[in-house]
Design a binder for this molecule. Structure first.
Ligand code: FEO
Length: 165
């Protein structure tokens, strides 16, 4: 039977991953509205990946005999002033997710819940990648600045992203 403290934390993270999916979908819609189809594609794939993260937690809670409690998902921001602002938000959001994941591991260790600690290690590694990718894209967009050709080329590159895991 799952420790109630851990169950609560995992349900919170499940909700947060669904919010992440929603947040990136809002970014995708913003890019669609501004005819950046490649950026929109990248964000749409990101949104799908976040839903997969949520479902990993959903399945795990059931696997360890817990109860999934779905709650309201807050309304995401829907307007940004530029692609730069979107990727600043993306990077900050991923740093916040990393903190939340680390917090679950801290509690799992404290509660001697080795199974949850082990389960969460996938998320620890994933966050290293998520932060690095967001940072890399943020750096590229900062470098490009207001160069329209640079943005066009990056849009084309991001249009190639497909779902991996
Ligand atoms: Fe589920 Fe982007 O972290």
């Amino acid at each position: 039977m799952i420790n109630p403290k851990i169950e609560k934390k995992l349900n919170k993270q499940l909700n947060d991953e669904l919010y992440s999916s929603y947040f990136y979908l809002a970014m995708s819609a913003y890019f669609e509205n501004n005819s950046f189809e490649g950026f929109a594609n990248w964000m749409r794939v990101q949104s799908e990946e976040e839903r997969k993260h949520a479902m990993k937690i959903y399945d795990y809670i059931h696997q360890v005999g817990g109860k999934v409690k779905l709650t309201a998902i807050k309304t995401p921001k829907t307007e940004w002033s530029s692609p730069l602002e979107v990727f600043k938000d993306t990077y900050k959001h991923e740093c916040d997710v990393t903190k939340a994941i680390n917090d679950i591991v801290d509690v799992a260790v404290k509660e001697k819940d080795h199974a949850t600690n082990n389960f969460m290690q996938w998320f620890i590694s994933e966050q290293v990648e998520e932060e690095a990718t967001a940072q890399r894209l943020l750096d590229k967009i900062k470098f490009i600045g207001i160069d329209k050709q640079g943005l066009f080329l990056l849009d084309r590159e991001l249009g190639k992203r497909t779902s991996e895991n």
